[in-house]
Design a protein around this ligand. Sequence first.
Ligand code: AMP
Ligand code: MG
Length: 319
Amino acid sequence: MIEQYNQTTLEKALSLLAEGHVIGMPTETVYGLAADATNDIAVARIYETKDRPSFNPLIIHVDSIEMARQWGIFTPLAEKLARIFWDTHPSSLTLVVKRNNDRLSHLVTAGLDTVAIRIPFHPVALELIKKFGKPLAAPSANRSNHISPTSAEAVESDLTDRIKLIINGGACTVGLESTILDVTGEVPVLLRPGGTTTEAIETIIHHPIIRESKNSDEIRPKAPGMMKRHYAPSIPLRLNAKTPHPGEAFLACGKTIVNQNAMLNLSETGNLTEAAANLFRMMRQLDNAAHKGIAVAPIPNTGIGLAINDRLSRAAASE
Ligand code: AMP
Ligand code: MG
């Protein structure tokens, strides 16, 4: 399953990615579990492979600023940081910017209007992304709550039988996750400290960075420029609904006797991977002021259904 990086391995990796599979990819920070960031099913497989109990937005990996601009909106501040930390001084810095199209999976950004982007400074990852021509979503290649892997062997011991290919690109040189900076607002906000220090960034931009507090995932941001980390629809969400009330849109899962206009089905066959893949896109489609709310059918609480229910209950509580 571990394969040394060469032309044959590259070809194999590209066809697996094109078919919507996940693969182990070396980067300078840690090994990533990579999949096509434009393919909802492929992204759902990332969560499944990791046994992630919740859908957190993932970082997309690009090979250049040019590719980054195709998927996110770069304000002058974002552009400046990208040019310095992605070009002049290649660093492990992730920039959160506004999404700019619908081709990127909505599962990758967990329903948010923003996307986290970085360039991995590892020749294998860069070559793979360049040849693939599209961004790769890639969280660390370990099971949820396990340690991030910094070698191909570590990926294999954690994910044996769950992935078809791990490209061996040697040991990771940084071994630490990337720094994440939200640059969607007027002021940059540090979402996660990492390899690139805040001091280095502040020196460049001549402006202090806002440091988001710990467990910020659970906190509604207060400072200017900070934004919600979780997607919640603008109309009420009612969970475990067998049928919609009058005026409600309906988000079904599996067979249903409901038949109305404002209705979408996460998966007609009740396939949970497909349901996960469709979740955020369909919630957003039904999130329309013309409806009183969205009634959501019960989702089995097994496998990736756990992550779906976690997200739905957060969205219903609209924290
Ligand atoms: P990982 O890929 O597991 O290293 O984690 C990605 C990190 O990036 C998580 O902490 C996410 O919450 C954060 N992240 C990704 N996308 C966004 C976004 N659009 N807005 C805010 N945080 C993000
Ligand atoms: Mg991780």
